[in-house]
Design a protein around this ligand. Structure first.
Ligand SMILES: NC(=O)c1ccc[n+]([C@@H]2O[C@H](COP(=O)([O-])OP(=O)(O)OC[C@H]3O[C@@H](n4cnc5c(N)ncnc54)[C@H](OP(=O)(O)O)[C@@H]3O)[C@@H](O)[C@H]2O)c1
Length: 179
């Protein structure tokens, strides 16, 4: 199996991935969709076990540290031009050429690489053709304001729809492959 970069983002229906104040309560839905799939903690843990590397921008990293680290001991690459303090052994900082990072450093070493945001770094990855798959989890909410996922990438990109999954909490997951 060849190595793959999957860009994953949780979005509101109107395309926002973060509120201005950074609060994340909107990501926990109170909706119910009877025909949707219900995932158990075990299902989620099993799925996450298959991810062998995460990549994120520095703002996402700083936010994750504040909210509670959800990445366990899986290797995490934080893209930043700053000399950030990283006391976690699983975290490495990277600054520089993104194709060099993905093609020469990550893909030879890892199989299932997840780019988990934020918007700024994701757009850079898309502009450099470094994303293989995109998974968007759309929550049943309109936020009206905040950080947009796809604002002005400046590039057209055809996609192949691989799968759609609907969940019990009203979340819809769209899985695309970049063609
Ligand atoms: N809904 C979701 O699924 C989701 C997922 C992830 C994040 N978020 C939210 O999104 C927000 C953060 O997103 P964001 O778009 O503001 O920021 P971001 O993409 O997480 O981080 C941006 C930073 O990454 C670094 N960076 C980006 N491209 C770079 C490059 N080519 N070379 C070197 N460094 C580079 C820069 O860091 P330096 O300034 O340090 O140089 C830049 O300031 C947070 O509120 C977070 O909680 C939501």
């Amino acid at each position: 199996m060849s190595a793959k970069v999957t860009l994953h983002m949780v979005s509101s229906l109107d395309g926002f991935i973060a509120r201005k104040d950074g609060s994340v309560a909107w990501m926990r839905s109170k909706d119910t969709y009877e025909n949707g799939v219900a995932l158990s903690e075990e299902d989620i843990a099993e799925f996450l076990k298959k991810i062998d590397c995460y990549v994120m921008g520095s703002r996402t990293y700083e936010h994750a540290l504040k909210l509670g680290w959800p990445y366990g001991n899986t290797p995490v690459i934080v893209v930043t031009s700053r000399d950030l303090n990283s006391e976690k052994l699983s975290v490495s900082l990277y600054s520089g050429d993104l194709p060099e990072l993905v093609n020469n450093q990550l893909k030879p070493k890892y199989h299932n690489i997840w780019l988990v945001g934020g918007a700024m770094l994701s757009k850079e990855f898309l502009r450099h053709n470094l994303v293989d798959d995109i998974i968007i989890s759309i929550m049943p909410v309109i936020l009206g304001d905040g950080t947009l996922f796809f604002d002005y990438i400046g590039k057209e990109q055809p996609l192949h729809l691989k799968d759609v999954t609907t969940y019990k909490d009203g979340m819809v997951e769209l899985w695309y492959e970049l063609t």
